[in-house]
Design a protein around this ligand. Structure first.
Ligand SMILES: [Zn+2]
Length: 163
């Protein structure tokens, strides 16, 4: 998409929570213990918000600030996708879940609520009704996130990065 006409919704002076996290500025939603993997181009973290039957969901973001998929440089997108795959494979083992789903939102009409591209990686369980419970997401305390971060980071460390 033409960079001049790419739709943007990020307000002026936006304090991007994902950029602040990478710069070491923390709050209750963004803690260093949430980070489970970093590569040259991408970072994976436990999400601060979970859906009721899908605890331990993760977010994969580009290290650089890009608002949405439209403007994402291809090389960065490939780096994000590589880490999404690694997180999915590790999550399947670490959580002993039955499946994995991913989703990625662009613009308010697309349910985007943080103006830094992120891909959700969800652990799935038979009968979890993830897509029927979109309003049931809740913020999760740091301690609860850390348990899942530990399990996922250990599994990611155990696996050599795929080439
Ligand atoms: Zn950002």
């Amino acid at each position: 998409m033409d960079p001049v006409t790419t739709p943007r919704h990020e307000p002026a002076g936006y304090d991007c929570p994902f950029c602040l996290l990478q710069r070491g500025v923390y709050d209750e939603y963004n803690q260093p213990t949430d980070i489970v993997a970093t590569t040259e181009l991408a970072l994976a973290r436990i999400s601060p918000k979970w859906w009721p039957a899908n605890p331990g969901g993760a977010l994969v973001i580009p290290r650089e600030h890009h608002e949405n998929l439209y403007e994402l440089p291809r090389a960065v997108g490939h780096g994000v996708w590589d880490l999404v795959q690694e997180v999915a494979v590790a999550m399947r083992t670490a959580y002993a879940c039955d499946g994995i789903s991913i989703r990625q939102h662009n613009e308010p009409a697309g349910d985007q609520d943080v103006w830094h591209l992120h891909v959700h990686v969800f652990p799935r369980h038979h009968g979890d009704r993830l897509y029927e419970q979109n309003r049931e997401a809740r913020w999760i305390a740091v301690g609860e996130r850390t348990r899942y971060a530990g399990a996922l980071a250990s599994e990611l460390d155990r696996r050599p990065a795929s080439s």
